[in-house]
Design a protein around this ligand. Structure first.
Ligand SMILES: [Zn+2]
Length: 129
């Protein structure tokens, strides 16, 4: 299992890669599988705004692209004073692969941490069944 120190180092290394020239709100997310593999993502904005994609979804899609759907945890790192929770779209995307996932969010600038069960943030995710 990865340590918080290693997660912070990984996030700090990736943060400059976040592409957020419009909002200046940079985000790193890391999807962790049940076996402990890590798949990172950063937010990527677009001048048309609507095409922007959040770091959480990039991380989930990175895991899926690499053959891993068993997502256990999503770590989120921002430079805000308070830890940030994922947006509604990202909650739904995470729930697609694991409605029981844990979300752990850190502020890189203050070191504050918050943790939620995805079910707290999205009690009734959409599904076709
Ligand atoms: Zn989002």
């Amino acid at each position: 299992m990865v340590s918080e120190k290693e997660l912070f180092e990984f996030a700090e290394k990736l943060m400059p890669n976040a592409y957020a020239p419009y909002s200046n709100f940079k985000v790193v997310a890391i999807a962790e599988t049940r076996s402990g593999e890590l798949f990172p993502g950063v937010n990527v904005e677009n001048s048309s705004y609507g095409l922007t994609i959040c770091a959480e979804r990039v991380a989930v899609f990175n895991a899926v692209t690499n053959g891993h759907r068993d997502i256990d945890k999503i770590y989120i790192f921002t430079e805000t004073k308070e830890p940030t929770s994922p947006c509604g779209a990202c909650r739904q995307v995470i729930a697609e692969f694991n409605p029981e996932a844990t979300i752990i969010s850190y502020s890189l600038s203050t070191g504050k941490k918050r943790q939620w069960a995805l079910k707290e943030l999205l009690p009734y995710h959409f599904n076709l069944s």
